[in-house]
Write a protein that binds this ligand. Structure first.
Ligand SMILES: [Zn+2]
Length: 133
């Protein structure tokens, strides 16, 4: 793959996060996104031949600006919420949970799970009110 192309990918991803705090979670996100973007780019360049023979602009298959179409199938397949099945490539990172899932979906899932556990608890310790005569 063309060196400048890789630089473009990494630069594009970093640029998208430029105003964010670079904490542990953000770094993990960046690692995943850069790897995914390079993977998608590989699919693309493998199909199209040498990158230098067919100069690709980083905007051609993007995803980080969400403006230009079309997004590749691989890209969309990657950016998918496991819980609701919707694509999450345009979801702000603040609203993503682990991986590519919606934070909202994960919280709902967690809440339902907790509610389920709580329900089991209360059923076990439930004590009937004494009857008043
Ligand atoms: Zn979801």
């Amino acid at each position: 793959m063309d060196e400048h192309f890789v630089q473009g990918i990494v630069g594009g991803v970093l640029n998208r996060h430029k105003d964010r705090t670079l904490d542990k979670k953000r770094i993990q996100t960046l690692m995943v996104e850069i790897a995914a973007n390079i993977d998608v780019a590989n699919h693309y360049t493998n199909v199209k031949g040498l990158a230098k023979d067919n100069p690709l602009s980083i905007e051609m298959w993007k995803g980080w600006d969400g403006k230009e179409e079309p997004l590749t199938k691989e890209y969309l397949d990657y950016w998918k919420c496991d819980l609701c099945g919707d694509h999450t490539h345009e979801v702000d990172y603040d609203y993503l949970g682990s991986g590519t899932n919606h934070l909202k979906c994960e919280l709902e899932y967690q809440n339902e799970y907790n509610a389920h556990l709580d329900k089991g608890k209360t059923e076990q310790i439930e004590i009937p009110f004494p009857k008043e005569d």
